[in-house]
Structures are given as C-alpha cells and as structure tokens.
Design a protein around this ligand. Structure first.
Ligand code: MG
Length: 284
C-alpha cells in the first residue's frame, strides 16, 4: 500500500458515515467499517460482506464497534451511556465486543476499535481498575483472533490515555487518533496530544471541529475538513514526523444524503490528496 491511502468511515446497516456506494463512486480504496447489527453478523454474512466490499474495491482497515443504548446527545449523556465504562451495560457489551471481533475475523479484518467511554481520571477510583480489567479481557480475545484493538481518542487527555495504556499493559492495544474529538470534548490541544501518544497511533480519523465557548462542558462543533481548529496540514505534518504512513480516514457526521456526501467528502478527499502530495512529493 502506498503512503497514506485515503479512506472514509462507513457502515453497512447503521446509517453512519459515508454511504458505501458514495465511497465506491469517489474511488476511495480503504474504509473504517462500523460493525453491522447483531442479526447481520453471522459467519455467512461476513463472507457476503467481504465479497461485496472487495468487488467495490474497498478494503476494511478497521472494524468499529458500537452498542445499543449509546447516545452522544451531550457530554454527560456520553459519560452515562457510551462504551464499556457504564457498569449496567458492561457485561453484555464485553460479550458483544468479542462477537464483533469474531465477525471482523470472519471478514478478514485484523483491527477492531471502539469508544471505551469516559475512563475515570482518578486511577484509585474502583471503576478505573474495572475498566482496565475488561480492556485486558477484550485485548486477549482479539489477540486470539490475531487482531489489534484500537481505542478512539477524545474522552481522555493524552496523559490520561497513556497512563491507561500502560496500566492495561497489552501489546496489541493501540490508539485511533481523532483530532476533532479532542476539541469536541475539550480534552486538549490535538497536535500536542498527538505528539504525546503518537508512538501508539495505528489509525486516524481525519475530522475537524471548532472549540466550544466552554470546552469540556458543552460540545464543540464538528465542521467540514479544513474549516475547523485542527489545522489539517499541521496534523498531517505531525503524522509524517511520527512515521505514520497508514490510511487517512475521513469521518464526517452528516446525514447519508448521497449528493451532499459526494460533494463534501469529495472536497475532503481532494484536500487530503493535495496535502499528501505537498508533504510527500513523488513518494506518495
Ligand atoms: Mg472518530
């Protein structure tokens, strides 16, 4: 694969990200795929999806998990509902995470990823230790499937995330770095955070956002790539300095209206392709 193959976040039946047909039309070679609902996760359907995506020229580089009952309505709701942190959902979601890992394996995908949720900042909080334990459990299951597990950034500071990775202490645990999330959640300046966790970054989301008036208390605003506060050129330059050559995967939270997606995602792809050429020249 060449340096920084372009990609988009997509889904089969979840209505999230870029429609597969639009991704194909735009000639995107790679995708991060949101896992389908449970009823569509049989070994047979895995074979069918793998074949269909191959025919569309789309390589799945990461399988993203999401769970029923998660809501990103506002920051307190995320804390209460997202990932493996909330105790009331945890056992069922750990089980489902393992099923998604198995499904990804059946599709030939060797990375699974998720939003773990809001890990407590206080490492002496019993909840912190519980989340370390379940993350080990999921990592070990993924290892059995020959997979890495990537944690989406945003809900922790860079230092908090590094501490957590060290405490889980598994060599198949890495980071999916999303610079916009650092702004949306108000958890830190994205490029400073990227430099800190860069040695653990194995996949990225190219997403942009503007800071909220009260970061960490209310959402920032997600905006088209290149129009926010991330500074996409500096983001890519930093990735290059860190030695990251993997896919650049565009994530954009807009409705699946083909015309709008074609236009907006098309512009984002052009921006990334031109910056790739600028930063890598003939090597890209
Ligand atoms: Mg993301």
């Amino acid at each position: 694969m060449s340096v920084w193959p372009l990609g988009v976040f997509s889904s089969i039946d979840a209505g999230l990200g870029v429609k597969l047909e639009v991704a194909q039309e735009l000639g995107v070679p790679t995708i991060h795929l949101h896992a389908p609902h449970r009823e569509n996760r049989s070994p047979e359907s895995a074979q069918e999806y793998a074949k269909r995506l191959q025919e569309m020229g789309l390589q799945v580089t990461v399988m993203f998990a999401g769970f029923e009952g998660e809501s990103y309505a506002d920051i307190p709701t995320v804390q209460r509902t997202v990932g493996l942190v909330p105790r009331e959902y945890r056992a069922a979601r750990v089980q489902e995470m393992k099923e998604i890992s198995d499904f990804a394996r059946a599709m030939g995908v060797d990375v699974v990823a998720l939003h773990l949720g809001f890990i407590p900042h206080d490492t002496s909080d019993p909840l912190y230790g519980e989340v370390v334990e379940v993350t080990r459990d999921v990592c070990d299951h993924c290892r059995g499937n020959g997979q890495a597990l990537h944690l989406e950034t945003g809900q922790e500071t860079a230092d908090g995330l590094l501490q957590f990775l060290a405490d889980v202490d598994r060599d198949n645990l890495f980071v999916n770095f999303d610079p916009a999330n650092m702004i949306l959640y108000g958890t830190g300046e994205p490029l400073e955070a990227l430099r800190k966790v860069g040695h653990k970054v194995r996949s990225v989301h190219c997403k942009d956002a503007r800071w909220a008036a009260n970061p960490g208390k209310e959402w920032g605003e997600e905006v088209p790539l290149g129009q926010g506060d991330v500074n996409i050129e500096a983001f890519l330059q930093t990735l290059k300095e860190l030695g990251y050559t993997g896919p650049l995967t565009i994530e954009r939270e807009i409705p699946q209206e083909p015309e709008r997606q074609r236009q907006e995602i098309g512009m984002a792809l052009e921006l990334l392709a031109s910056l790739r050429k600028k930063l890598w020249g003939e090597q890209a």
